[in-house]
Write a protein that binds this ligand. Structure first.
Ligand code: HPA
Length: 267
């Protein structure tokens, strides 16, 4: 853990209180309002030196520390994407801080395109695994042997089972599938989508995978849920755009909030 992360954790505790955080939540495009559900302290990323300038519209660059369903959580209202800076490790410091605050688990959310006709826009997908199609890795340059992170069961089986139970209890369909990471920021071509479909991917997006790798490196348990905002390129006549992503994400966000609340009540 870098000294900087410990210093930032101290600064955060001085503003939000000393109780250890149990679960971290990273909110994807159009999902930022979930942070409003938390009773606690909002700290702008700008007050946390080294935190990303979350420059993507649809994100809300605050860290909110507080209680959700009686569980102490840290909600990251904005994430840094590889495509903003060319740095694959842009989320390393926030995740180190999460660990320094005491968290053992991380739930990542994102907006994604679907390659599964039975997971259409407005539905959620629980990630069972991923394909890193970018060829990038946030641990490149890490000098210790800890960089050789095993990625089998990177998406924690017990957390997945608990999230699945929570969805069932809420009567919300939640299929599991494989997420493929393309770097963005341009959307994929139809040929790229055909390629990853053939290789076993069910959804596609521009985030999450580097954070999963970093979180496993840091010893955090991980789960991730996509909210499907569109069928992937070439799979429907609908035009794909960031505006559309932001407009569609709240459809999934309402369901996501119910699942997360139910999950935390049982956590
Ligand atoms: N591709 C990549 N990222 C996305 C998509 C998509 O189709 N939809 C939302 N985020």
């Amino acid at each position: 853990m870098s000294r900087n992360a410990d210093d930032l954790a101290r600064l955060i505790r001085s503003r939000a209180g000393d109780a250890p955080v149990r679960v971290g939540l990273v909110l994807g495009s159009g999902l930022g309002h979930l942070a409003d559900a938390v009773e606690g302290t909002a700290i702008p990323y700008g007050d946390l030196p080294g935190f990303p300038h979350a420059g993507v519209s649809g994100h809300n660059p605050n860290l909110v520390i507080g209680d959700l369903e009686g569980v102490r959580v840290a909600v990251f209202g904005g994430r840094a994407h590889y495509y903003e800076s060319g740095r694959g490790d842009a989320m390393r410091l926030p995740l180190e801080v999460l660990r320094a605050l005491g968290a053992e688990a991380l739930i990542l959310t994102n907006a994604a395109g679907s390659m599964q006709p039975d997971i259409p826009p407005g539905e959620l997908m629980l990630l069972s695994d991923h394909i890193n199609f970018s060829g990038l890795n946030p641990l490149i340059g890490e000098a210790t042997d800890d960089r050789f992170v095993p990625m089998k069961d990177a998406y924690d089986p017990a957390m997945r089972a608990a999230l699945q139970r929570a969805a069932e209890a809420e009567g919300i369909p939640l299929q599991q599938g494989v997420y493929a990471w393309y770097s963005g920021p341009s959307f994929e071509t139809p040929a790229e989508i055909r390629a990853i479909r053939t290789l076993g991917a069910d959804a596609v997006g521009m985030s999450t995978v580097p954070e999963v790798i970093l979180a496993r490196f840091l010893g955090l348990k991980v789960a991730a849920i996509s909210t499907v905002t569109n069928m992937a390129a070439g799979m429907s006549d609908e035009a794909i755009s960031h505006e559309h992503t932001k407009a569609m994400a709240p459809l999934g966000a309402a369901k996501l909030e119910r699942i997360l609340r139910r999950y935390l009540r049982g956590a």
